[in-house]
Design a protein around this ligand. Structure first.
Ligand SMILES: NC(=O)c1ccc[n+]([C@@H]2O[C@H](COP(=O)([O-])OP(=O)(O)OC[C@H]3O[C@@H](n4cnc5c(N)ncnc54)[C@H](O)[C@@H]3O)[C@@H](O)[C@H]2O)c1
Length: 293
């Protein structure tokens, strides 16, 4: 399949690696002046590299693609402009999957025809998509059921585990969960309850480890004994009712002490050795789970 990687930043370049690893031809399109050098520096095999073409001309790239994985800047007006171009120059049966983290597909396609909107959906990965198995497939109000079926089949063929939402909702599922956790975690640090390092010790050695193995409902079902999830709720309801959750102030002024503490703990930018270690651990975990080709 000819896949257009539209937007070659953090996410687009990582998608590129997954696409070529699964035998696809990739057209990579981005106005960044260093595009050729950046692509040349990617850790690809010779065979993979032979299937990558840098196509700076958006119209030409869209005209050739069977599927577009759009990973451009997270601005609604920009995404609409790209979809308008897709309508003008794209193949009549091509699919458009957007990596957007939180924009709704119905908003992105508000100015598009029914035919185009039917072929647009969110294909939201977690960073980095060449390693992380999840992709959230999210329909807009006019997305065709066949597009969702194709998205599920496509991402599964790449060794990913797609979750197909029944309807669009801001933040989809993963980022709604992340927002709730951030609000609580950042609030605990800002309130002086715990250091950044100890907060992350809690995360990595309890919830993080558990949820790498079982799902959140699955874990609750296991924790509740014979009565399942209700057993756990009956056990914890009273004490959990007393926990008041944080209503986080998301402004930079309020979050500044957290930024400082994070920079002191992990470096700013984060020490590259930590990123290498993250990828080693991720790779090891994926291998144990049988999710690495
Ligand atoms: N960074 C993450 O952790 C993450 C995770 C999941 C999804 N996303 C989503 O992926 C998308 C891209 O995010 P990112 O982090 O890779 O951003 P990024 O800033 O690293 O990359 C965006 C790229 O788009 C390019 N671009 C600008 N104008 C363009 C145009 N006209 N045509 C094609 N490309 C153009 C930029 O040059 C840049 O290389 C966003 O929608 C974001 O919400 C990001």
């Amino acid at each position: 399949m000819n896949i257009c990687v539209l937007g070659a930043g953090t996410i687009g370049l990582s998608w590129l690696r997954r696409f070529v690893a699964h035998g696809h031809q990739v057209l990579v399109c981005d106005p960044r002046p260093d595009l050729t050098d950046i692509v040349a520096g990617l850790p690809l095999t010779e065979d993979e590299r032979a299937r990558v073409r840098v196509v700076p001309d958006r119209e030409a790239a869209l005209a050739e693609a069977d599927l577009i994985q759009e990973s451009g800047p997270e601005h609604l007006a920009f995404k609409r402009e790209l979809i308008a171009d897709f309508a003008r120059h794209g193949k009549a049966d091509a699919w458009w999957f957007s990596s957007s983290s939180a924009l709704l597909p119905s908003d992105m396609t508000a100015e598009a025809s029914d035919d185009v909107a039917a072929r647009v959906a969110i294909g939201h990965p977690f960073n980095p998509p060449h390693l992380m198995p999840l992709v959230e497939v999210v329909p807009g109000q006019r997305t065709a059921a066949a597009t969702l079926d194709s998205a599920r089949a496509f991402y599964t063929s790449l060794g990913m585990e797609p979750a197909v939402l029944h309807r669009e909702v801001p933040g989809f599922v993963g980022n709604r969960l992340q927002k709730a956790l951030w609000a609580e975690a950042f609030g605990l640090v800002l309130d002086g309850v715990v250091s950044v390092e100890d907060l992350d010790t809690v995360m990595k050695n309890s919830l993080g480890l558990r949820f790498a193995c079982v799902g959140i409902v699955e874990a609750a079902a296991m924790g509740g004994g014979a009565a399942g999830v209700q057993g756990l709720m009956d056990l914890l309801r009273e004490s959990f009712a007393k926990i008041e959750l944080n209503d986080l102030d998301w402004s930079n002024e309020a979050l500044a002490p957290l930024y400082e503490a994070a920079a002191a703990a992990y470096g700013a930018p984060v020490d590259p050795a930590r990123i290498t270690r993250r990828d080693e651990l991720l790779t090891g975990m994926l291998r144990v789970r049988g999710q690495l080709d």
